[in-house]
Design a protein around this ligand. Structure first.
Ligand code: PA5
Length: 328
């Protein structure tokens, strides 16, 4: 077992930790705004998808400062950073505090935790670990619990518990089987993920990032129905090169609207000759469980691709190097 595999195996316990942790009281807010980058920003993607299932709005901001609308809209701001030191997220917290927005922080430590202590900002510390992307259950769970504390979403605890149950059963065999089959079809190729609604969009972004960071390989993602209005044409020229170099995985959810399913089937037919490595459906009942049912398969797939390329999935030296260079 590699370290990254061991970390993936902790995902159910991370989700259960988040279901049970004590959460600070936050003032009520009409909507949520999650600030976070990379592996931590994924917690925001999860919150967007979860809130959409409840007809509520959460926006994720993966940039410096705040989006222009935020000061007037007065969202509950949740800043999520595994290290607590990410400069974009810190700048957003400073801007939110300057505008007297409600800001809560979730991190393992670092400058954000120090700032929360100094300024009395609500804080939810998550357990430490070697990599942000391997703490998705902690970070997404903490973010959801904080948003519920602000009244933006509801019923996060049963959702986290269901997600833990579904991920546990997938880790007992099915996730490995599906990811092995995909790895056979994808090894050595550039992976393109196709999703549709909020759940598979979040999952497609996660698979892409995990293939990048664990697999040390390029990957991209696109969404139905938009991809049928541009990307579908892009497979036309140089078809032989595309056939040999790339492969597509469709991520699907039973709640995808019927027209999306028709589009996916027709698109697959029209992409004749381009390798479609698989069509992977969500499992579970609630949106969070369905999203994490795809997360666990993508996580395992990214480790398998790393193993086949003989690279270590854990370190992300170039990210650390860049962060160091930005400080010089
Ligand atoms: O996986 C990574 O290391 C990155 O994507 C980080 O998550 C990202 O750089 C942000 O750092 P942090 O999660 O500590 O806020």
């Amino acid at each position: 077992m590699s370290l990254m595999r061991d970390l993936i195996a902790t995902l159910p316990d991370q989700l259960l930790w988040a279901a049970g942790v004590a959460v600070p009281d936050l003032p009520p807010a009409p909507e949520g705004l999650v600030l976070g980058m990379g592996g931590s920003g994924f917690a925001g993607d999860v919150a967007v998808a979860f809130a959409a299932g409840q007809m509520r709005r959460v926006t994720v901001h993966k940039d410096y400062g705040l989006p222009g609308w935020a000061v007037a809209a007065r969202p509950a701001v949740v800043a999520v950073s595994h290290s607590g030191n990410t400069e974009e997220t810190l700048s957003g917290v400073e801007a939110a505090a300057a505008a007297a927005l409600s800001v809560a922080i979730t991190a393992t430590g670092g400058a954000l935790v120090a700032l929360a202590h100094e300024s009395g900002l609500p804080l939810l510390v998550v357990p430490p670990g070697p990599q942000p992307r391997a703490a998705a259950g902690y970070l997404a769970g903490a973010t959801l619990r904080l948003l519920e504390s602000a009244g933006v979403v509801t019923a996060t605890v049963p959702a986290l518990e269901e997600a833990a149950t579904v991920v546990t059963s997938l880790l007992e065999g099915p996730a490995e089987e599906v990811s092995q089959e995909l790895a056979d079809a994808l090894a050595g190729r550039i992976v393109i993920l196709y999703g549709a609604g909020p759940i598979t969009a979040a999952a497609a972004g996660r698979w892409k990032a995990q293939i990048n960071e664990n697999g040390k390989a390029p990957a991209w993602w696109s969404l139905f129905p938009e991809l049928d209005h541009n990307e579908i044409v892009g497979w036309g020229a140089n078809a032989a090169a595309h056939r040999d170099v790339m492969a597509v995985v469709f991520l699907e959810d039973p709640d995808d609207p019927p027209r999306i399913r028709v589009r996916a089937d027709l698109t697959a037919r029209l992409m004749d000759g381009i390798r479609i490595a698989g069509r992977v459906g969500t499992r579970g009942a609630g949106p969070l469980a369905r999203l994490f049912s795809l997360v666990v398969v993508g996580d395992l797939l990214s480790v398998l691709l790393a193993e086949r390329s003989d690279v270590d999935p854990v370190p992300v030296e170039v990210i650390e190097k860049l962060k160091g260079m930005l400080k010089e």
